[in-house]
Every structure is written in structure tokens, then in C-alpha cells.
Ligand binder design. Sequence first.
Ligand SMILES: NC(=O)c1ccc[n+]([C@@H]2O[C@H](COP(=O)([O-])OP(=O)(O)OC[C@H]3O[C@@H](n4cnc5c(N)ncnc54)[C@H](O)[C@@H]3O)[C@@H](O)[C@H]2O)c1
Length: 404
Amino acid sequence: MNERVLTPRNRGFLFLDSHPEGCRRSVADMWRACPDPADAPQGPGPVALVIGSSAGYGLAATLAGLKRAGIRGIAVSFEKAPTERRTATAGWYRTAATADIARTAGRDLVFLNGDAFSDTMKDQVADLVERRFGGRLDHLVYSVAAPRRTDPDTGTTYASVLKPIGRAHLTKTLVFDDQGVPEVREVETGPAEPDDVEQTVAVMGGADWERWIDHLSDRGVLAEGFSTAALSYIGSPLTAAIYRQGTIGVAKAHLEATARTLDERLGKTVGGRAVTCVNGAAVTQSSTAIPGIALYTGLLRGVLGQDMLPPVRQLAALWDDLTGRSPLAPDDEDRIRLDTWELADDVQAAVADRWEAATTDTIGGLADLDWFHAEVRRLYGFSVPGVDYAAPVATDVPWPGQTP
Ligand SMILES: NC(=O)c1ccc[n+]([C@@H]2O[C@H](COP(=O)([O-])OP(=O)(O)OC[C@H]3O[C@@H](n4cnc5c(N)ncnc54)[C@H](O)[C@@H]3O)[C@@H](O)[C@H]2O)c1
């Protein structure tokens, strides 16, 4: 058993190691933060597939699905195993913790580790649905955030980028030095090259989600009334140049257009439904990579405090919609909106005032930096309340279903 004391080592918002016990507790905290349903789910539960289940919104989808809807089924993510020298990635440890929660809740959830963009993974999932889950999938939540995707048809690998379109964009941004001292800087991001948009759409648009649905449909494993949701983001005018009007925004528009195509197709074939679900800002490994988002999210928390709705509470509402317990009215572009708390006019006005006033000297009084800094560390299992970080911890935690 490889036991050692782990201290955080990071470059910016990226950490080299993850803390297994901290990751386990952060999942337990998320589980507790998901509200109980008025009546406990009965029976074996609907069969669900969550893609991107080990972090951020996909982890929230998995936990909220277990608690609110009593799902069983399959959870897919892409994580790295521990080695002699390095810990596993945080999502590996969170997956082990999620598996324990599913087991305790009496739900049969199978965790697969591999590339969701591959056809091999799609076949593996379809085989499992056939063999283990009665051949019928009731729900699919798509929550992948990835830097690259290889198209199985052509073998071409696409890389997504976060760039403005048309001209360079100067934004304020928040960084922390090695001692954790915050600094507000300006960074310029150059405009997208001609094929950056196409590449980003190929990774983060709707192509892979559509491929999943077609693949599972061809295999005949979509249940009558099957429903699917993919996660999207709109965000603030403050981040629009880099996000919604940037390369990633074009990809999100593609994802939302794909939902409309899939919705029509599923309606005709299995009486099913496809939607995108627009969520609010959250601190995740993917979101911290977006220029300006760290500052924006820290200020948003400064304005909203505890009223900032965590992913697991948003996803509880999504499951209530998917299962028909409490349907949500879509917006005029057929999207489910769980981001209204973030985009409320008064909230956005207050964040914009603070953004304007933000400098290295003033930031401490404008943003909730303690929260933001701790959230970033919690992504890797550090700064989780109740964990003894001085104690040695076993890093070779097995993937669920494997023997150590
Ligand atoms: N973070 C936010 O503020 C925010 C807000 C609204 C919507 N969203 C959306 O939520 C979705 C998930 O983003 P996140 O921020 O939770 O990301 P994240 O980085 O926290 O999680 C990404 C997940 O995708 C998995 N993954 C990555 N590549 C994969 C691959 N090739 N195969 C299988 N799994 C893979 C990872 O293992 C992880 O489970 C995205 O669509 C994002 O746009 C995020």
C-alpha cells in the first residue's frame, strides 16, 4: 500500500497531485448538499448513462440522479490511474467515492474509464445496457468538457481553443502567486485563427452527443420515452467576448442546434426528447482554464454569497424534469434554464460594478477570494474541511469493480 503525506503542488490552477481522502469527502459533501426528494425513489430505478461523471456538472448529475431519481446504469469518465510516483487524478478518487455512495444507496451503477469519443466506449456501453440493464436506456446526461477529440470516422484529432472571434480581447483576470496572494492583471487573448472555430465545434459541439444517440439507437437500446440532456453555458456580458461570442460559444450554439435535431428524431422514433440545459457558473477544472472566468466567478460569489446555486442543486432540478416529477418550461430556444439566478439583472449589474472597480488592491473587498481559492484546491481534494492533511494516505485506490 503506497501511503504518503500529500501537500499541494500547483502551477496556477493546475495541481500535480490529488488527495484521495479529500476527494472522497468532497463527494460526500456534494451528496449531502443534494436535497432529498419529497418521496424516496421506489423500485429498481430508471436506467441512465452519465458521460463526464467524475467532475463538475457530470459528477453532480450522477449524485443528483442517484438521490432524486434513484438511477442505476453507467457512468463514463476519463481519468488517470495512480502510479508509483503520482497520485491518480482527482476524478479517479471521486469515482471510487461515488461508487461507494451508489452501493450504499442500493443502486447498480457501473463506472467505465475511457474515451467517450471513441466507438469502442459506445459499444461497451451498449453491451452493458443489453446484458445488465434489460436492454433499455431511459436517460442520458452529456457533460463532457475536453481539450481534444479524435473523430472515429476519419481519425482526425481536433483541439478546442478558448479565443475571441474577429479581434483580440483584453480582459481582467485573477491569478494567485505561490503564496496564494491574489493579483488582478490584464491578459490579451488573440483572435481565433480561421480553423479554430471548426476545431472547437468538432470537440465541444454536438457531434459526439449525436453519435452516442445514433449509436445507441442503432443498437436498439433506447427505451420508449427516452430523454437526453447536454449541458451548456451562456454566462455574463462580462465574459461574452471570450465565451458566448468566442470559439466555445459557437460550439455551444452547435450543441443547442443538435438538441433540436435530436429532439425531432427521438420524438419520431421512441417518443423521446433531447434538450440542452444551461447551467450557472461553477469552479471546475475546465472553467478555471477560461481567461477572466476566475475573476468573474469570484466576484459573482462576492455578490451572491450562499445564494450561488451549487451544481448538485441545479442538477436535482434537471432530474426532476427528466423523470417528469417536476417539468421545467424551456426558454424560447428550447433550452432548460438553470442559470437564472446568475443572469438576473441586479446580480449582473452588481458584478459589473465590482468588475470595473477590481484591482489588486481592491479585489479582497469585492470578490470572495477565500471561497474561490478553496474551491480550486477542493477540485484536487485539498482544503476540504475535516481532512487531516498531516496524516499519510493510501494513493493506490482501485477503480470501482476492480480488485486492488
Ligand atoms: N463549469 C461551469 O461553470 C459550467 C457552467 C455551465 C455549464 N457547464 C458545462 O458542463 C459541462 C461539463 O463541464 P465541467 O465544467 O463540469 O467540466 P469538468 O472539467 O469538471 O469535468 C469534465 C468531465 O468530462 C470527463 N471527460 C473529459 N474528456 C473525456 C473523454 N474523452 N471521455 C470521457 N470523459 C471525458 C472528465 O473525466 C470529467 O468527468 C460542459 O458542457 C460545460 O460547458 C459548465
